[in-house]
Write a protein that binds this ligand. Sequence first.
Ligand code: HEM
Ligand code: HEM
Length: 167
Amino acid sequence: MSKTSPQTYSSLQIWLHWLVAALVFFQLAFGDAMGKMGHMLRNRQQPDATTAFMADAHIYAGFTVLALIIIRLVLRFTHGAPEAPAGTKPIAALVAKALHALFYLLLIAAPVSGALVVYGGLGELAGPHHLLKPVFIFTILLHVVAALWHQYGLKDGLMRRMMTSKA
Ligand code: HEM
Ligand code: HEM
């Protein structure tokens, strides 16, 4: 882990943040194709081309998230992350840290549980994998509200930290 906190996120960290966010939105919006595919295969129905394509896309996008999140974690420990903006209450900084840690946990649990369902024969993990959807949505909502509150309520320019690597 870096000993002193950097002033800013690096541009690679910023790119990865938005790329992962876009992929997660895609997974949450179109993940149901995967459930439909499983249902059709179990009922010995031939999946239509769109369902088969979207199910493949779900798997590729999910593994991409896993690869990118490993890179992000490595960067988190080598480059580090800037301290909470000056004036942030210690409890708020702690909650933000916990929420970010929860994100990392979810971003690993989602692809790993999905892969265990498809390739590990652990169909019983399909339920927990589905459950990640509302947990993700709730966490994203809290995260976005917090970001907007910093930007427009506290006016401490926090959003800028995830937009540019210039201090
Ligand atoms: C699926 C969607 C998202 C995920 C999984 C996600 C995840 C994360 C994580 C894990 C961090 C902490 C980075 C670190 O310190 O290692 C972070 C920071 C941040 N995110 Fe997101 N994020 C998402 C969407 C968004 C959106 C939509 C916004 C803007 C409205 C946003 C704004 C920010 C900002 C400003 C920070 C920096 C916070 C700080 O410097 O303390 N994120 N995000
Ligand atoms: C960031 C990664 C991932 C996210 C956020 C995610 C999210 C989702 C969501 C939202 C659903 C649909 C739930 C519903 O029908 O409402 C779903 C279904 C599914 N996903 Fe994922 N997923 C991810 C990665 C993966 C990966 C990598 C695989 C497999 C290699 C996978 C396999 C599945 C399967 C098999 C289903 C259907 C389960 C069933 O109903 O039988 N997922 N996923």
